[in-house]
Structures are given as structure tokens and as C-alpha cells.
Write a new protein. Structure first.
Ligand code: 5RP
Length: 217
């Protein structure tokens, strides 16, 4: 299977985790796009979805799903989203698609986080993929200096998030303590969200591989 076929297979498997009659959390990215398409074909009874981006909300609405604002609900049963990297402890780097803040909010509201990914996303140590950090625009330079002092090489992405903020992609990190680094970066004034998902990590991983979808908990 090529990378797209692996994404599609993992996404299709995730439909089995959807709980009928409950609000569903939906993330962002090309793997999630496959999931939304599979969900639309499954004909399940889903009262509404909350989504982590304008992009996913639009795709869901085009397929007939109702979108709620997270402020209208108390929690989410299942949240389905992708990852840029995931390690054996299910710590993740996310935010390649720029939706990390809303993704972290929805993940924090969910009882179960189902991560869907192609095989290239499984790594031993996080950090080969540049770590996205969402930043308040006026703090970009100050935050970049702090990230350099921590040993990273921040590069400003030519992109504005759905929240009107900027993203620094931090290269050159070798992340041996994901939860510690997440805590440390969260303390920098001007940082909105660090794309490390270690304090709230995935509960289930559906990984597309050449041998099929490998399911782990
Ligand atoms: C978006 C994300 C995505 O989950 C991540 O970038 C994976 O994307 P894809 O499914 O396209 O490989 O974190 O902010």
C-alpha cells in the first residue's frame, strides 16, 4: 500500500470506533479527510460533530453533518484525528496542518482519542518532524529567541491559523521527555499551544502499514 492507501485504510477502520447517538470530535488533515468520507458512507446516527478546523467543518457540512460549537457541549465521546509523528508511548507531534490549538482543545474534551495515521508517522523518538508552536503574532520574535535558547531552530510558517495566530516550526529537536518539553514550552509568554500531545495523548492507534491496519491500545 502506498502512503495514501495506508491513510485511507486507517481512516476507514476508525469508523468502527464511532459511537452512535453521541457528538463526534473530528480533527484535521488528509487522513481525517478520508475518515470524513468513510463516515459519510457509513450511514451512522451521529447527532452532530465538533471539528478542529474550518476545513474539516466545511467537508463535514458538505456531507450533511451538523456542526456544533464546542461551547454548546459538555464533552466528546470519541475524537478521531491524525498525527505528524507518534512514538511507542502514543506521545505525538501534531500541527502540520496548522490546527493544533483546536485539536488540543477537542482532545482534552474527549473520553477516547483515536489516532489514525500511515506507517511513516510511527517513530521511536519524536522530533524529526519540525515541532509546530502556535504563537500570538506580537510575540513571534520573543518566542523564537526562547526556542533557540532551548536548542531548536524555529522557522516562521507563511500561514495564519484559524485563531489569527502564527506558527513557528521548530527544527532540530530530539525529544526525549515529551511531557516535560510540552510543560516547559507552554510557560513561554506568547505561546498559545505547543504541538506536543504528551499530557493528553492518543488512547488508540490505527496505523496503516503494508500488512494492513495495525491496531494498538
Ligand atoms: C493537523 C494535524 C494532522 O493530524 C497532521 O498534520 C497529520 O496530517 P495528515 O493526515 O495530512 O498526514 O495535526 O494540524
Amino acid at each position: 500500500m502506498n502512503q495514501n492507501e495506508q491513510k485511507k485504510a486507517a481512516a476507514e477502520r476508525a469508523v468502527a470506533y464511532v459511537e452512535e447517538g453521541q457528538v463526534l470530535g473530528v480533527g484535521t488533515g488528509s487522513t481525517v479527510d478520508f475518515f470524513i468520507d468513510a463516515l459519510a458512507g457509513a450511514g451512522l446516527r451521529i447527532p452532530a460533530c465538533v471539528s478542529s478546523s474550518e476545513r474539516s467543518s466545511k467537508r463535514l457540512q458538505e456531507r450533511g453533518f451538523r456542526i456544533l460549537d464546542p461551547n454548546e457541549i459538555d464533552g466528546i465521546g470519541v475524537y478521531v484525528d491524525g498525527a505528524d509523528e507518534i512514538d511507542p508511548g502514543f506521545n505525538m507531534i501534531k500541527g502540520g496542518g496548522g490546527a493544533l490549538t483546536r485539536e488540543k482543545i477537542l482532545a482534552s474534551m474527549a473520553k477516547k482519542y483515536v489516532c489514525i495515521a500511515d506507517g511513516s508517522k510511527a517513530v521511536r523518538i519524536l522530533g524529526h518532524f519540525p515541532l509546530p508552536v502556535e504563537v500570538i503574532p506580537m510575540a513571534v520574535h520573543a518566542v523564537a529567541r526562547r526556542l533557540e535558547a532551548m536548542g531548536g531552530r524555529p522557522v516562521l510558517r507563511d500561514f495564519t491559523t484559524d485563531n489569527g495566530c502564527k506558527i513557528l516550526d521548530v527544527h532540530g529537536l530530539f525529544i526525549q521527555d515529551p511531557a516535560g518539553l510540552e510543560r516547559e514550552m507552554n510557560q513561554i509568554p506568547g505561546v498559545v499551544t505547543v504541538g506536543l500531545f504528551a499530557q493528553r495523548k492518543a488512547d488508540v492507534l490505527l496505523l496503516g502499514t503494508d500488512e494492513g491496519v495495525v491496531e494498538s491500545t
